[in-house]
Design a protein around this ligand. Structure first.
Ligand code: GLU
Length: 483
């Protein structure tokens, strides 16, 4: 068997959404799981739809996602060029070859005529007016410089069948197929024609793409047949839906949430978590395992695990993956990726980021959750003294000042101020005063954090804030409680 070669062939028409990314990922996994090559080809034939900067978004997304291509516009390769606009002179000779063999023809119909035909035929198709022009007429029109397109002669009767690796056998009636345009009046190929010529000349063995291309595949196949080329293995991927508020699902779109890779990253999701989750949108391993690195996916991925039923992009599930990835990092790694968010909330405040990371790691779902969780380290928020009242900890406005003052005195007396010494001081105090640990901890935590919900308990927060700042905040608390 020839070496497996797949290609990701995006059209640079905008941002990289989850569907594109999944296609790229599956192309990559199909190749890598079979020791094949993964090619990047930029399909910019449709000049009107191009968007500035879209190619950079593609490069950047693939890089951040870890989908490294073996061949492509930036890295080269023996099948280049890898950008369709740089291949534009390659296509016409292929179409002319089909004309010579009687499998394609020049169509000289004017736009006006085509419009008229379209309006008068059922289904709005072309009536094949130029399919059987006699040679004399063709020569005359050519000599007169009449503009023309090149169309493929599609079979008029019978059916075209093909097998998709995911959707199985598909049959269409040839009568439904138009004599498709291969070369436009300006001499450039149509998108469908360029796509087939490129896949063949680049030695692509497996074509992975969204199921919206399923209905065009018979047309592609009739081209392969016309040339006598081997048809690649087709792997059409199921739709990706999003959950609507009313419980129904519909095609994933912006109203469901962010759908662009870069948007998801800026929302605080990790590339590894996104990739892991997306791998499971339409593919399932044999053992229902969920957490996979990209390398692990390369080993276990197989085409037979791809499902044809639509999958649902579930933001809660993505949250779960993200939290898992965060939890499974070392605390130092987490501190590194969290640093921009720490800086956002803490500005230049000198705080031990690794200690901060250690109290946040288990509680962080998205990196963007971080600033709100830690802003109190930067500045003690305004708070109401009622926060000192807590049933479970058995604190009220009478005992809170007593407990807080006792904590204050104990901590001021500490010569060594660290996690263990703070811990021993507070626990010792609770024992000494014969109260629950919480009765001591609660007022201390409220005084230093100024809020009820904090990452980490009193001890961790006291440690991270340092002695001086902790005492200063407790003085403010005592003041509040004495009024
Ligand atoms: N350029 C097409 C797109 O971006 C890809 C089609 C294909 O993979 O064959 O949707």
């Amino acid at each position: 068997m020839s070496k497996v070669r797949t290609r990701f062939a995006p059209s640079p028409t905008g941002f990289m959404h989850v569907g594109n990314l999944r296609t790229a990922l599956y192309e990559y996994l199909v190749a890598k799981s079979m020791n094949g090559a993964f090619v990047l080809r930029i399909e910019d034939t449709d000049r009107e739809r191009l968007v500035d900067g879209a190619v950079d978004v593609i490069y950047n997304t693939m890089k951040v996602a870890g989908l490294i291509h073996d061949e492509g516009p930036d890295v080269g390769g023996e099948y280049g060029p890898y950008v369709q606009s740089e291949r534009k002179d390659m296509y016409l000779p292929y179409a002319e070859k089909l004309i010579k063999e009687g499998k394609a023809y020049r169509c000289f119909c004017t736009k006006e005529r085509l419009e008229e035909v379209q309006n008068s035929t059922v289904g709005g198709g072309y009536d094949r007016h130029c399919r059987d022009l006699d040679q004399k007429e063709i020569d005359r029109l050519l000599e007169a410089g009449t503009p023309y397109v090149i169309r493929q002669k599609m079979p008029i009767t019978g059916t075209t069948k093909f097998v998709d690796a995911v959707f199985g056998e598909i049959t269409v009636d040839n009568s439904e197929l138009q004599d498709q345009i291969l070369i436009k009046a300006d001499g450039y190929p149509t998108y469908n024609f360029a796509n087939v010529i490129d896949d063949h000349t680049m030695g692509i063995t497996h074509v992975v793409r969204g199921s919206e291309y399923l209905s065009s595949t018979p047309k592609y196949n009739l081209l392969y047949e016309a040339f006598g080329w081997d048809i690649p293995t087709y792997i059409h991927l199921p739709l990706i839906n999003g959950k609507n508020d009313d419980g129904t699902v519909s095609k994933l779109s912006k109203r469901h949430g962010s759908t662009g890779f870069e948007d998801l990253i800026s929302e605080g999701y990790l590339p590894e978590a996104i990739i892991n989750y997306i791998a499971l949108l339409g593919w399932c391993p044999k053992d229902n395992r969920e957490i996979f690195t990209l390398d692990e996916l390369c080993k276990v991925f197989d085409i037979s695990g791809i499902s044809k039923s639509p999958s649902v992009f579930d933001y809660d599930k993505l949250d779960w993956f993200n939290a898992e990835y965060i939890r499974n990092m070392s605390v130092e790694e987490f501190a590194t990726i969290a640093t921009p968010y720490f800086k956002e909330a803490l500005k230049d405040k000198e705080i031990d980021y690794v200690k901060l990371a250690s109290i946040l790691q288990q509680r962080t779902v998205k990196l963007t959750d971080i600033p709100d969780m830690i802003d109190f380290f930067n500045e003690l928020p305004q708070y109401d003294k009622e926060l000192f009242v807590n049933k479970k900890s058995k604190t009220n406005l009478e005992n809170a000042p007593i407990m807080l003052k006792a904590v204050y005195d104990k901590l001021s007396a500490l010569s060594e101020y660290n996690h263990d010494s703070i811990h021993d001081a507070l626990i010792g105090l609770a024992t000494q005063l014969e109260v629950k640990n919480g009765t001591v901890m609660w007022p201390a935590r409220i005084a230093v954090a100024g809020k009820q919900v904090t990452p980490g308990g009193a001890i961790e927060i006291l440690e991270i804030l340092g002695k001086e700042e902790s005492l200063r905040r407790m003085e403010i608390g005592l003041d509040k409680l004495s009024n």
